[in-house]
Design a protein around this ligand. Structure first.
Ligand code: BEZ
Length: 331
């Protein structure tokens, strides 16, 4: 069994046809057919049922496809990490979710660049707008060197540093009757249309506990909250509240656009308070535990040489702004 045979099997299984697999791989159909036959002969197992069109995998083929695709992804990750180890790029590729871009990210990058130029070692930074979940794959492929997001990840290749818990504020249209109330309670907001914006960032299944902290005073509501996976609904569910009406939109900017247009209210991390301030009133929430975490993710076995400087720049910005955080180190 060799890599060529395995890649041929994956291409045929993905395309469900020899001719389509020939187009994606650039190999001829007879070559693909020969590689698949050799693999099946080596294993003594029929993986592809050739009598159906489109082609079907046998039950053994289905099992093998699932397991071997994971192995091939690992081989690609290890190869790319080894290449990066031997020649680290001078460019730092940073993945981010929109909520950190509208917040402190520009200031952190300016601080990093300032430090580098003080040390006569100018740094080139590339920014990529990429969801928390896609950041994990992008770290493994080398598309990014570091990712900032708001979801925790458990992955054997990835290390995460919890930077801080940021409080949520409520965003209301300027004409809303509560727009000038300084400290707001979630219960008083429950009669409004709540605009939800996390759809593209949610995985199919996840444990909600890792999205936000659970306040100990509300433990009786925890089992209710645990069945809610949408992050904003989860915040309300912690207090036993289910908002009256909701609207789902694709991202944070659209949600704030709808608030500005008077279509509803939403909750956003406090650093977003600079966006659209002419049409939106941002007010604090009384609940101290209604927070959104900020994580830095990087590979476990290969940390780009500039990432520790990026972490230092982040802590420096926190200190300048009086933001509470707990300092952490890379493993
Ligand atoms: C923050 O808001 O804490 C943050 C934003 C971007 C990068 C790092 C931290």
């Amino acid at each position: 069994m060799d890599l060529k045979q395995l890649n041929a099997f994956i291409a045929i299984a993905d395309a469900r046809s020899f001719s389509a697999a020939a187009t994606t791989t650039g190999l001829s159909q007879p070559t693909l057919s020969r590689l698949l036959k050799q693999l099946e002969a080596d294993m003594g197992v029929v993986l592809v049922d050739r009598y159906h069109r489109p082609l079907h995998l046998t039950a053994a083929g289905d099992f093998f496809y699932d397991k071997i695709s994971a192995v091939l992804t690992e081989i690609e990750t290890v190869t790319s990490m080894t290449q990066r180890l031997s020649a680290p790029s001078t460019v730092l590729n940073i993945g981010f979710v929109p909520s950190v871009l509208y917040g402190l990210l520009p200031e952190i990058i300016a601080t990093l660049k300032q430090h580098s130029s003080n040390q006569n070692a100018d740094i080139e930074v590339n920014l990529k707008d990429i969801s928390s979940y896609q950041q994990i794959e992008a770290l493994k492929t080398g598309e990014i060197d570091v990712g900032f997001g708001r979801f925790a990840h458990q992955d054997p290749w990835i290390q995460q540093i919890l930077l801080r818990h940021e409080r949520y504020v409520v965003a209301l249209p300027k004409a809303h009757p509560l727009a000038h109330v300084r400290e707001q309670r979630l219960i008083d907001l429950a009669n409004n249309r709540l605009i939800l914006y996390h759809q593209t960032h949610l995985p199919a299944q996840r444990a909600p506990n890792s999205l936000v902290q659970i306040p100990t005073a509300q433990t009786e509501n925890v089992s209710l909250a645990n069945s809610v996976t949408e992050p904003l609904l989860y915040l309300f569910a912690q207090y036993g509240i289910s908002p009256f009406m909701t609207t789902k939109v694709s991202d944070l900017q659209v949600a704030l656009g709808l608030v500005a247009a008077g279509e509803g209210i939403t909750l956003v991390p406090a650093s977003l308070q600079t966006v659209r301030t002419e049409q939106i009133s941002y007010q604090r929430l009384v609940h101290e535990n209604v927070t959104s975490p900020v994580y830095l993710h990087t590979l476990k076995d290969f940390v780009h040489p500039k990432v520790p400087d990026l972490l230092d720049a982040t802590y420096q910005v926190y200190e300048q702004r009086g933001i509470t955080y707990r300092r952490q180190k890379f493993v």
